[in-house]
Design a protein around this ligand. Structure first.
Ligand code: KIV
Length: 263
C-alpha cells in the first residue's frame, strides 16, 4: 500500500490488511521487499528498541528519529507514526507541531490512542490534510489507568462504550482504527458497524486486518508470549546461533580465511 486510502479500498474489496511495526532502516528494507501492506512506527519502540517496560518513555524526538529511519529504508510503503504519550493532549498548537514533525520525518498518517477528549483534535488534524488512525481497546499510554495489560470491553458497559467510541472516531474522520486486546465477538460487531477498516492485535480474526510487532512475530522476544501472538520464526535462536558461529570461527582461527583477507 502507498496511501492511507488504500486501506479503505482493501476493506471494500474484502482483502485482509497486514501491518507490522517497524523502527529502523534495515528492517524497513526487509519489509519493503515483503508484501506487508503498511508499516507502523509504534511507540512500542520504547519497549522493543530501548528496553523500557512501557511505551510511556517514547517522546516526540524518539518517534521522529525512528520514523525518519523507517522512511529512509522504505521510501514508498504506507507509513503510520504513533503520536507519543500526551503529545496531543497539551494544546492544539503543540499537537500540530508534533504532527508536523512526524509528517516531516516521513509519516503519512498519525495514530492517536483513545477517543475521549481527542475528537476535536482528530477533526482538526484531518481537516489539515493529515490522516489519523484511531486506537481503542487496550491503549498502552493509559496503562496505569486501565490497571495493566488486560483484555478490554469484556463487560456490557465497556463493550458498548468501545463500540460507541469507534463510531465517534469514524465520525471525527479516522481512516482506520486499531483494536487492541478485545474479545473477538466485540471486534467483529465493531468492524461490522463501521465503514472504515479495523486493524486488530489480540482482537481475533474478524477485523479488517491484523498488526503485530515485527520482533514478536519473528520470535525475537521469547519472554513475551501472549495468547494472541503467533511467531513465524525462531529468530532469537537463529540470530544467537549465527553470532555463536562467528565467535567459534574467530576463536578456532578459521575466520577470516585467505579469501577474506587483502594482499
Ligand atoms: O505501538 C505499537 O506498536 C502499537 C501497535 C501494537 C498497534 O500501537
Amino acid at each position: 500500500m502507498r496511501h492511507p486510502s488504500d486501506m479503505a479500498e482493501a476493506r471494500a474489496a474484502g482483502r485482509p490488511i497486514s501491518v507490522v511495526t517497524c523502527y529502523d532502516a534495515w528492517s524497513a528494507k526487509i519489509l519493503t521487499a515483503s508484501r506487508i501492506d503498511a508499516l507502523l512506527v509504534g511507540d512500542s519502540a520504547a519497549m522493543v528498541m530501548h528496553g523500557h517496560d512501557t511505551t510511556i518513555p517514547a517522546d516526540l524526538d524518539m518517534m521522529c528519529l525512528h520514523t525518519a529511519a523507517v522512511r529512509r529504508g522504505a521510501p514508498e510503503r504506507l507509513l503510520i507514526a504513533d503520536m507519543p504519550f500526551l503529545a496531543h493532549r497539551r494544546s492544539l498548537p503543540d499537537t500540530m507541531d508534533a504532527v508536523e514533525r512526524l509528517v516531516r520525518a516521513g509519516g503519512q498518517a498519525v495514530k492517536i490512542e483513545g477517543a475521549d477528549g481527542n475528537l476535536d483534535t482528530i477533526r482538526h488534524i484531518v481537516e489539515s490534510g493529515i490522516d489519523v488512525m484511531g486506537h481503542l481497546g487496550l491503549t498502552p499510554q493509559s496503562l496505569h489507568h486501565l490497571g495493566g495489560y488486560r483484555v478490554q470491553g469484556r463487560n456490557g458497559r465497556a463493550a458498548a462504550k468501545l463500540a460507541d467510541d469507534a463510531l465517534r472516531l469514524q465520525d471525527a474522520g479516522c481512516f482506520a482504527i486499531v483494536l487492541e486486546l478485545v474479545p473477538s465477538e466485540l471486534a467483529r460487531s465493531v468492524t461490522e458497524s463501521l465503514s472504515i477498516p479495523t486493524i486488530g492485535i489480540g482482537a481475533g480474526p474478524h477485523t479488517s486486518g491484523q498488526v503485530l510487532v515485527l520482533q514478536d512475530l519473528l520470535g525475537l522476544q521469547p519472554d513475551f508470549q501472549p495468547k494472541f501472538l503467533r511467531t513465524f520464526l525462531d529468530g532469537f535462536e537463529l540470530l544467537r546461533d549465527a553470532v555463536d558461529c562467528f565467535d567459534r570461527e574467530v576463536k578456532e582461527g578459521t575466520f577470516p580465511s585467505d579469501e577474506e583477507s587483502y594482499r
